[in-house]
Ligand binder design. Structure first.
Ligand code: ATP
Ligand code: MG
Length: 578
């Protein structure tokens, strides 16, 4: 491709609304342009990267036995009403009416459509399992679209859906997708981690997010320094602490103290001159309409997802003021476990606390030197708080560490959630009608392009991996006005192209400095510089964008040399699956 033929508008200016590096670089390198909030066009350079990503995904999905289909972006409301998501999905779902006043949405995901296809086409167990995937434009009316294509409203996703006759089959399908995802992200050149994610009401640990390590990432991942345990922050479990022997002689008498207007942990800590870790927080929730109190140490935070899962509740909300008063007799800020009239559950963090401060269940009063067992008891202890760096690993007791990441993929065992709601059945071996067991598997195609830049760049621009690079080589004649240089450069360009390489020929009549700057910005892995000095010796310079290493190569050997580097840097397209 000739630079002068290409629509490749690079810019020096940093757009002011671009908050993160990948967004800035994608705009500066002329990969994308904004049409409206969270809606982007892909220009030629950017779209070449998208096609690279799609090709890797297709190869690995096909290899794993999935079949490509293509479903409509526009979906009728009826299907979403059947699954119950027309009401649940909220404002992220873009809804509209056609000329006949019928309701539709633009698909943010395709469980309903694919389940509809399968319930119509599958009759018996002999037709299962099946795994169908597509690469398609999704629309989600995100509250805060940001970071360019990283969190946009319109974006490209690969979504796959597996259908099995039973749980065992569904778990196999899940494992096959998990493996395919590992291969895909390895081939993209990512440093990433698969972390356990919350499955909500479906249960089990059959959901993993694939997070690419990046400080700018929106997701927090927690991993064990000693073993392979990794989870996202909302899911991360904490080991139960060992119970310490309590010296009952050290327990001080319970004492009520006047704390007028003192409500928060900080206020209580300051007023009574005690550390937050010596105070117990009592939070009153309404779980599916039933009131429950949850205790946690004052310096820790409740993880509401853990509470919700522990209680098996569909909806968990903070209790209203009158509900709080009716179970504690006190207003918010002064509640505690003493004499409370609702079930009481406690996080493990209370286990070894003695002589702690609680709300006294009386307006403007707290109680000091409270002790478990002596003053009150709880119904159960459980892991209910948000993990912190240095907490104990639930698997091996090692230290939990934190890192930030970008979610590029998500695999989820859905079970029969959709097939039940939409009555997608088949006749099993035993002649009984059963619901198909589903899994769903997403990859953010456009997000991968941004994540790759986020993970690999320097102050001069993008550094593409060979597998995602829009071009593998850029040929840079330092002076197009010099006939010898421009002709030799053109020759090399043609030779590399006919060798099957993807080459950008910078045939612009620009100064060498400008061309070098742009080549660095675009991040093409190899740059062949054709300049007078080397040319006089019959040689060219081959520079690696990643390492900066320069090789001086004889003209006639240049193509073979570059071919070798490209092959070496392409993560083999690769060994067959295990
Ligand atoms: P997030 O937590 O980032 O909103 P999600 O859980 O909503 O993601 P899924 O529904 O699992 O995402 O979608 C599959 C994949 O699609 C995600 O792993 C992510 O890579 C990508 N994706 C989701 N939302 C967006 C978006 N607004 N812009 C770009 N890519 C997205
Ligand atoms: Mg989302």
């Amino acid at each position: 491709m000739r630079y002068t033929h290409m629509l490749l508008p690079t810019t020096k200016e940093v757009p002011s609304d671009a908050e993160i590096t990948s967004h800035r670089l994608m705009l500066r390198a002329g990969m994308i342009r904004k049409l409206a909030g969270g809606i982007y066009s892909w220009l030629p350079l950017g779209y070449r990267v998208i096609k690279k990503i799609e090709a890797i995904i297709r190869e690995e999905m096909d290899r794993a036995g999935a079949q490509e289909i293509f479903m409509p972006a526009v979906q009728p409301a009826e299907l979403w009403k059947e699954s119950g998501r027309w009401e649940q999905y909220g404002k992220e779902l873009l809804r509209f009416r056609d000329r006949h006043n019928r309701e539709y949405c633009i698909g943010p995901t395709h469980e309903e459509v694919v389940t509809d296809i399968m319930r119509n086409e599958i009759q018996t167990y002999r037709q299962l399992p099946k795994n169908l995937y597509q690469i398609q434009t999704k629309f989600r009316d995100e509250v805060r679209p940001r970071f360019g294509v990283m969190r946009s409203r319109e974006f490209s996703m690969k979504d796959a859906y597996s259908f099995d006759a039973d749980n065992e089959g569904a778990e196999k399908s899940y494992a096959a997708m998990f493996e395919a995802y590992e291969r895909i992200f390895r081939r993209c050149g990512f440093t990433f981690r698969a972390v356990e994610a919350d499955t909500g009401s479906i249960g089990g640990s059959f959901s993993h997010e694939f997070l690419v390590n990046a400080d700018s990432g929106e997701d927090a991942m927690v991993y064990c320094a000693a073993c392979s345990y990794a989870a996202n922050l909302e899911k991360a479990e904490i080991a139960e602490p060992e119970e310490e022997q309590r010296d009952d002689d050290a327990l001080l008498p319970l004492e009520e103290v006047h704390t007028p207007g003192v409500r928060t942990i900080e206020e209580v800590s300051g007023f009574l001159d005690v550390k937050p870790r010596d105070i117990v927080k009592t939070l009153i929730y309404s779980a599916d309409g039933k009131t429950v109190a949850v205790l946690v140490r004052g310096d820790e935070e409740i993880n509401e997802i853990k509470v919700k899962n522990f209680l098996g509740a569909d909806v968990l909300e903070m209790a209203m003021d009158d509900e709080i008063r009716s179970v504690t007799g006190a207003p918010r800020g002064f509640v505690g476990p003493l004499g409370i009239k609702c079930p009481l559950i406690s996080d493990y963090s209370l286990k070894n606390m003695v002589n702690f401060v609680i709300g006294a269940n009386r307006e403007d009063y707290h109680a000091k030197n409270c002790n478990l067992g002596r003053d009150f008891s709880v119904d159960t202890f459980a892991d209910l708080r948000i993990a912190r760096e240095g907490d104990c690993c639930p698997r091996c007791g090692g230290d939990l560490q934190f890192a930030r990441g970008i979610e590029v993929g998500h695999v989820f065992k859905l079970g029969t959630k959709y097939t039940k709601a939409m009555n997608a059945t088949f006749l099993d071996r035993d002649g009984k009608e059963k619901f198909m067991v589903m899994g769903c598997y997403g990859i953010g195609v456009s997000r991968i392009a941004a994540a790759a830049i986020e993970q690999s760049h320097d102050e001069n621009g993008i550094i593409w991996s060979m597998s995602l690079a829009p071009f593998q080589v850029i040929v840079t004649p330092v002076n197009m006005g010099d006939k010898d240089i421009s002709e030799k450069a053109e020759e090399i360009y043609r030779e590399l192209e006919s060798a099957g390489l993807e080459v950008l020929f910078d045939d612009r009549d620009e100064r060498a400095g400008v061309k070098f700057k742009d080549a660095d910005l675009l991040g093409i892995p190899l740059r062949v510089t054709v300049g007078a000095k080397q040319l006089a010796e019959g040689r060219v310079e081959v520079k690696s964008r990643k390492t900066g290493d320069v090789a001086i190569v004889a003209l006639e050997e240049a193509a073979a040399f570059i071919m070798k580097v490209v092959e070496k840097e392409m993560p083999a397209a690769m060994e067959p699956p295990r």
